[in-house]
Design a protein around this ligand. Structure first.
Ligand SMILES: Nc1ncnc2c1ncn2[C@@H]1O[C@H](COP(=O)(O)OP(=O)(O)OP(=O)(O)O)[C@@H](O)[C@H]1O
Length: 738
């Protein structure tokens, strides 16, 4: 229960907060000055240059962090019984003149924990919790909770939500189209998940609006703070369902001062491929099945041919022969190596070159040839263009893109690779023209193929070796010059090369151009992360999971979702099914039960859709009600553009979404002009998002449109924070009292 407080309290807190902002300004100025000084310096030893680069990066990052915490710098205060009062905020600030006494405690530090967990029943040493509300740098309100039963007298306490007044103030704010952080009002059940240990797989299951996404992002910030060293090196990956969603959540981590996180869809995990194509529902479902891994393995094997019965190659007017037996043996040897296709090719080629060399030598009379002659013959054969063409025909160097392109463009190839795994109709659903754009569901297939094919990195390695040689030569040159200089200046000085040899210098030169872990990870398919967070995880297919798991061999993961909201046909119905193949039953489950988004009046309708998904499921409990009941009218009687306009004025600066069946999307977009505050979306695109008001068009068609239609309707009904209107194309779908 909030306690009242006078103006003097407000003034006191204002004075404190002003002091904190002055410190923030001073630290910003200092960091900026240091950065400017560093940038002004030039020349010096290689080591000094390297140090300067590191300092520049550190100062720049710190400046960004100091800039990002401007809004709501300090949002809480804890008064303890036996401890000094602690102010809680977005980052830590210390009094440098008083032995680094903390003036502001980072919300992620252990001292701040009772701010989220303490209750009157379990006060954790806290006497009073105060939420400090502010606008820019001005303190606008205080909400106090007295957790000390002895002091305030029993009976007038609300044991439910922590900081209820501040929470409700946050929840009733207008939506802007971008998710905000919840750092000032994290609830106890959410805090336990945010601060859970980093190892192993943690599944966070929760109904719509329970804060799963918010919790996932705050957990990323918490882990980066707590395990900074480990995670800065390898980075954190957050997976979301589509780029609209990633844009929606994109500001949360920067507002928490964290920039080292890569946000991506599964479709963006294959560098160099922009998956702009779209799949029919049936094709996407088939592509997502685990059996596609077998199909692709078969497709690659099919590219390892043997002649039937003989392949003849003309070399210098002589005919050399590769028979089926020789090729089959070479193929078996290459396959036995268990190397990926492009790397195993070297073994296959070596075997066949040996066979061809033996033939050619025999023709010339082997008794006349010594080992060197034989070596020359082999080298010539290896260079011969007809020999190379023949070897390429039998075992070509392949890229993932061409294998997939060929597989879907040539029914004969797919029939051969997938005769056992896919029916004729299913195979037909995958058929498309060569050169068609790749789709998001192709990306896990390309990733799988990249593993099966392996990289033919001969060229790349040669280039890298060349570059390293050049860098080393350059470094040695620099060291020579430095040594000469030093000998002139001070012969007593330790020689530079004693402390920094050329190789190390070359390495450092390379490090200078290094990007953050997240940036490097985005360009490297084989990058493995320190932690992976998967949001809307119920939507992912089996093949998506394979792609993700490859990037986190340590299995340090947070998996966030709601199996009742699964829309994708290949998506999850139970977490055990999804995770079993990777971690057996070694995963932990945490549940969220309170709905912070959707008011009780709207959830009553949503509950009726959920009952059709699975009668044993219940909707999460709404934290608030608005007194505004959802409205329903026949679509035929409504002017959609006028309805959308009316809703926009109802929400007074907030956001409105018109959600409609995919079939109607283009039509509705023609009638309703979208802008920053008004969107027209399918349910799939609206997943994970929220709006002040939602206008739902033709719910019965949404249900009919897919095998998981009731799940989709449930998602649609739970996107609103304040108002819901239903325009039904048939009879009223939710008659009163039914
Ligand atoms: N502790 C909190 N304090 C303030 N706002 C909160 C809190 N928890 C959740 N919210 C708000 O509730 C809304 C729903 O949160 P979020 O989108 O994370 O839920 P979700 O479980 O991911 O929902 P869905 O499954 O429907 O996508 C957001 O506006 C979020 O900011």
């Amino acid at each position: 229960m909030s306690a009242s407080h006078g103006d003097s309290d407000l003034e006191h807190e204002q004075a404190y907060v002003t002091k904190l902002y002055e410190m923030l300004d001073a630290e910003r100025d200092l960091t900026q000055r240091r950065l400017d000084e560093t940038l002004r310096l030039t020349g010096g030893t290689p080591q000094a240059r390297t140090e300067r680069d590191v300092a520049t990066a550190t100062y720049t990052e710190r400046l960004a962090q100091l800039g990002s915490v401007e809004q709501g710098l300090c949002f809480g205060r804890l008064d303890f019984h036996h401890q000094e009062t602690a102010y809680i905020g977005r980052l830590g600030l210390f009094d440098t003149e008083d032995d680094y006494r903390p003036l502001l405690v980072d919300w992620r530090a252990p001292v701040a924990r009772p701010f989220y967990l303490a209750t009157a029943a379990s006060p954790e040493g806290v006497r009073r919790r105060r939420h400090i509300r502010s606008l820019s740098r001005r303190v606008t309100g205080l909400d106090d909770e007295i957790l000390d039963l002895g002091e305030a007298g029993a009976g007038d306490h609300d044991l439910g939500l922590a900081g209820e007044a501040a929470l409700l103030a946050a929840l009733t704010q207008r939506r802007t189209g971008e998710m905000s952080d919840i750092v000032a009002t994290i609830q106890a059940e959410q805090d336990r998940i945010i601060r859970a240990g980093m190892n192993g797989v943690l599944v966070v299951q929760g109904g719509p609006g329970t804060g799963k996404t918010a919790v996932a992002l705050h957990r990323a910030a918490y882990l980066l703070y707590t395990f900074r060293q480990q995670l800065t090196k390898r980075g954190v990956l957050v997976i979301g369902p589509n780029s609209t969603f990633l844009r929606y959540i994109g500001q949360v981590l920067p507002s928490l001062g964290e920039t080292g996180v890569l946000l991506a869809t599964v479709g963006q995990l294959y560098p160099g491929i922009d998956a702009t194509g779209a799949d029919e529902r049936a094709a996407a479902e088939v592509k997502g099945r685990a059996v596609m891994a077998e199909v692709l393995a078969n497709a690659v094997k099919d590219r390892q041919a043997v002649p039937s019965p003989v392949l003849e190659i003309e070399v210098e007017r002589e005919i050399l022969r590769l028979d089926k037996r020789t090729c089959t043996d070479a193929r078996a040897k290459a396959r036995r190596s268990r190397r990926p296709h492009n790397q195993a090719r070297r073994i296959f080629v070596a075997e066949l070159l040996d066979a061809l060399t033996r033939q050619a030598a025999r023709r010339l009379g082997d008794h006349l040839l010594d080992a060197r002659d034989v070596g020359d013959i082999r080298a010539e054969l290896a260079e011969d263009k007809d020999v190379r063409r023949a070897l390429d025909e039998l075992w070509p160097v392949l890229t993932p893109e061409e294998v997939l392109d060929d597989l879907f463009a040539e029914p004969r190839r797919l029939a051969s690779a997938a005769s056992k795994q896919l029916s004729e109709d299913e195979r037909a659903s995958l058929r498309r023209d060569r050169g068609a754009e790749f789709t998001p569901a192709d990306v896990p297939l390309l990733d799988e193929l990249a593993e099966l094919l392996g990289w033919d990195d001969t060229e790349e390695r040669a280039a890298r070796a060349r570059e390293e040689r050049e860098q080393r030569a350059y470094a040695e040159g620099v060291l020579d010059i430095l040594e000469q200089d030093e000998e002139i200046i001070d012969p007593e000085l330790l020689r530079v090369s004693d402390v920094l040899d050329a190789e190390l210098f070359a390495e450092r030169q390379q490090a200078r151009s290094e990007l953050t872990a997240a940036q490097r990870a985005a360009q490297d398919r084989t990058w493995t992360f320190g932690h992976v967070i998967v949001d809307e995880a119920q939507e992912l297919s089996e093949m998506d999971w394979r792609t993700i798991m490859r990037r986190i061999p340590s299995r340090s993961m947070t998996v966030v979702g709601d199996v009742a909201q699964t829309g994708a046909e290949g998506g999850a119905s139970a977490w055990g099914d999804v995770l079993g193949p990777y971690v057996d039953d070694r995963w932990r489950l945490a549940e969220l039960t309170v709905n912070y988004r959707t008011p009780a009046e709207i959830m009553a309708l949503a509950a009726r859709a959920l009952e059709r998904v699975d009668p044993s499921l219940t909707v999460p409990t709404s934290v608030r009600s608005t007194g505004v009941a959802p409205w329903q009218v026949p679509l035929a009687a409504a002017d959609l553009a006028a309805v959308a306009r009316a809703e926009l004025s109802e929400v007074d600066g907030g956001t409105v979404a018109v959600l409609c069946p995919a079939e109607r999307l283009a039509g509705v977009r023609e009638v309703v002009a979208e802008d920053e505050r008004l969107s027209v979306l399918t349910v799939e695109l609206a997943k994970g998002l929220e709006f002040d008001s939602v206008v739902l068009v033709a719910p019965e068609e949404i249900v009919a449109e897919s095998p998981r239609g009731w799940n989709d309707l449930y998602v649609a009904l739970t996107r609103a924070t304040r108002r819901l209107g239903v325009l039904h194309a048939g009879s009223e779908p939710f008659p009163a009292g039914s």
